[in-house]
Every structure is written in structure tokens, then in C-alpha cells.
Design a protein around this ligand. Structure first.
Ligand code: THU
Length: 172
């Protein structure tokens, strides 16, 4: 079992940096990927629909660092009662995490609930749905088409570079 206490501490820490001047609802999230912790907070803006959740920012940080699998998730938000991750974030987490991936969400005062991603989102829309309909790129089918679980870390940098130089141009 991953160290959820450490992950929660990281989520509580990053929550202090949340930019939530419109809702005044601060959220911090931390994901474990490749043995490392990646944290994110919610970042709101004056065009309300473009608010970005803490969980999605934490996942984005892990992906930007080259990871393709999330092994555990911690979220700190809410008031007396911990607030569960929103539907959009559950979907994004399901892209890189499995049904058994532990998710702990806690209130700033310490109340918490520990569950799994599968319990939070029992019937997620996945790459395999696209693959079965023939509507998926070869890259996605190779990396996330399996029904067995999420993809792992990228296979190798050499392979990536090779694919890139023979594929599309480097300069944009
Ligand atoms: N929020 C999150 O960061 N994560 C969630 O799972 C639910 C909601 C943020 C979005 C917005 O900035 C604020 O909380 C109020 O919805």
C-alpha cells in the first residue's frame, strides 16, 4: 500500500497555494507516479468555466514529468466533511490509474475517506471503448487499449525520440 499519509501531507501543503478567489474553495491534490509525488492545486480564473481542478493539475504534472501511470491519489478540500473528487477529475484519473488505485480524500480538519478509483467511477469511458469502435489512434491503442489496467511509464526515451524523428517534424 502506498504511503497515503505522505501523499495527504503533500496535498495539504499544495492546497495553501490554491488560487480560488471566486469560489473561495481551495483544493490540493497529490498523485504518486513512478515513486514520486506530484502535486497540484485548483487555479481559477475570471472566465468561470475554465476553472481547473487540483486533481487534474496534479495529474498533468506527473504526465509532464514523463509518467503514464498513477499509483495513488490524495485530495484535501471541503470543510468539516471531505469533498470527493468531481466527475471530470474521476474520468481524468481513470485514464492513468486502475480500478484498484487507492484514493484518499480529506478535509482540512482531518476527517478522511479512503476508497478506490473503481468505487468512485465504476463504469468509466476508456480507450478500449474507442478501440472497439475503431476510433482510436495506434499510439493510444498500444498504450491504453488494454482492459486490464492503466498504461505504465513510457517504454524508453530512445524509442520516443526515434518515433518522433521518423514521424512528425521537431520544429513547429
Ligand atoms: N475543485 C477541485 O479542485 N477539485 C474537485 O474535485 C472539485 C472542485 C475546485 C474547482 C473550483 O476551483 C472549486 O473547487 C469549486 O468548485
Amino acid at each position: 500500500m502506498p504511503d497515503l499519509e505522505r501523499l495527504l501531507r503533500a496535498a495539504a501543503r499544495v492546497r495553501k497555494n490554491a488560487w480560488a478567489p471566486y469560489s473561495n474553495f481551495k483544493v490540493g491534490a497529490a498523485v504518486l507516479a513512478g515513486g514520486q509525488i506530484f502535486a497540484g492545486c485548483n487555479v481559477e480564473n475570471s472566465s468561470y468555466p475554465l476553472s481547473v481542478c487540483a486533481e487534474r493539475n496534479a495529474v498533468a504534472a506527473a504526465v509532464a514529468a514523463g509518467h503514464r501511470r498513477v499509483d495513488a491519489v490524495a485530495i484535501v478540500g471541503g470543510a468539516a466533511r471531505p469533498s470527493a473528487p468531481c466527475g471530470g477529475c474521476r474520468q481524468v484519473l481513470s485514464e492513468l490509474a486502475g480500478e484498484e488505485t487507492p484514493v484518499v480524500y480529506a478535509s482540512p480538519s482531518g476527517a478522511r475517506k479512503t476508497t478506490t478509483l473503481g468505487a468512485l467511477l465504476p463504469a468509466s469511458f476508456r480507450a478500449r471503448d474507442l478501440a472497439e469502435a475503431g476510433a482510436v489512434t495506434a499510439e493510444a491503442a498500444e498504450s491504453t487499449g488494454s482492459s486490464r489496467g492503466p498504461p505504465g511509464k513510457r517504454r524508453s526515451a530512445t524509442r520516443r525520440r526515434g518515433t518522433r524523428s521518423t514521424g512528425r517534424s521537431r520544429s513547429r
